[in-house]
Design a protein around this ligand. Structure first.
Ligand SMILES: [Zn+2]
Ligand SMILES: [Zn+2]
Ligand SMILES: [Zn+2]
Ligand SMILES: [Zn+2]
Ligand SMILES: [Zn+2]
Length: 300
């Protein structure tokens, strides 16, 4: 996969040198900005892979579904938690996220309008809660509004083991590693329905992780290996893709050189506050980058 390169510090320094003199060199601004944009897009793409389990094809960028659903796999960016779908908008949800959304923006449990925060929480429909009672409700209610469409969703039961495996089986078709026939996951084994291949599920999963997981693009038929893909993303992986996503969104709304400078500056200020994140964006060592960002900050 061809990932966008990191931005050269010398260009960033030049940008600020000009800006200090009141010069907004739009060619340079566009140059740096679009480089940052490309890099941020890649960082966001990689973060999505670890959350959604679908890998962009290196040739045509079609999303290819992995054979191991990382959401069920600890240590590969998976959470090992129970996902479910909102019956109204079909978004994939975690119960934890439903609760968190209400802690960020309290909503009425009856009419789902955002609540007014005064001494109590008040809804336009007339209902009120004390802060304490509301918190308690968020913790204990089994029906909460979906964070996306605000339709009521029911707390899922923790899945019994075989229900989870049933679901896995229907979601991703298993292939026999020996004959490529259809295999099933049952009784703690993977068993081929065509040949006599049978292996403990746990060992099979381990071997998949160790061995190359081959992925084939359904659009262009290009085949590639997850492990190699994963390796190519090493310098793009972060648990905090927020600043990159934010820049991607904001950059496209910039209309003037000044606005472009502001967005670049906001991103660099954010990186300044988060040391280990900066080398994902800027082509230098962590120490040198910090020095540069310190310099830029002192000139602001
Ligand atoms: Zn599990
Ligand atoms: Zn929904
Ligand atoms: Zn209400
Ligand atoms: Zn077989
Ligand atoms: Zn493809």
């Amino acid at each position: 996969m061809d990932w966008a390169p990191r931005v050269k510090p010398i260009k960033i320094r030049r940008l600020y040198r000009y800006a200090r003199l009141g010069i907004y060199d739009d060619t340079l601004l566009q140059d740096v900005g679009w480089e940052l944009y490309a890099r941020c897009t890649d960082i966001a793409t990689v973060a999505d892979v670890y959350r959604g389990g679908r890998v962009p094809c290196p040739k045509c960028r079609t999303k290819v579904t992995r054979r191991i659903d990382p959401l069920f796999s600890k240590g590969e960016g998976g959470t090992h938690e129970h996902w479910f779908r909102c019956p109204h908008c079909d978004k994939r949800l975690l119960w934890r996220d439903c609760r968190q959304a209400l802690r960020n923006t309290p909503r009425c449990f009856t009419c789902h309008a955002a609540l007014l925060k005064t001494d109590v929480l008040r809804c336009t429909c007339g209902k009120t809660w004390s802060q304490e009672a509301y918190k308690q409700s968020v913790r204990t209610r089994v029906l909460l509004p979906c964070p996306h469409c605000f339709g009521l969703v029911r707390r899922p039961d923790p899945p019994p083991m075989d229900q989870t495996t049933q679901k896995r089986r229907s979601e991703s078709e298993l292939k026999c590693p020996k004959c490529q026939g259809i295999a099933v996951h049952q009784h703690g084994n993977i068993e081929c329905t065509v040949c006599s291949y049978k292996r403990r599920w746990r060992d099979y999963r381990k071997s998949l992780k160790k061995k190359d997981e081959k992925l084939e693009c359904p659009n262009c038929q290009y085949t590639f290996r997850w492990q190699a893909w994963r390796k190519s993303t090493r310098s793009l992986r972060t648990g905090n893709p927020g600043p990159a996503r934010e820049f991607v969104k904001k950059w496209l709304t910039c209309r003037t050189p000044q606005q472009r400078m502001i967005q670049i500056d906001i991103l660099l200020q954010t990186l300044h506050g988060r040391g280990p994140l900066a080398p994902l964006f800027i082509d230098s060592g962590e120490h040198k980058i910090r020095q540069m960002l310190d310099d830029l900050a002192s000139q602001r």
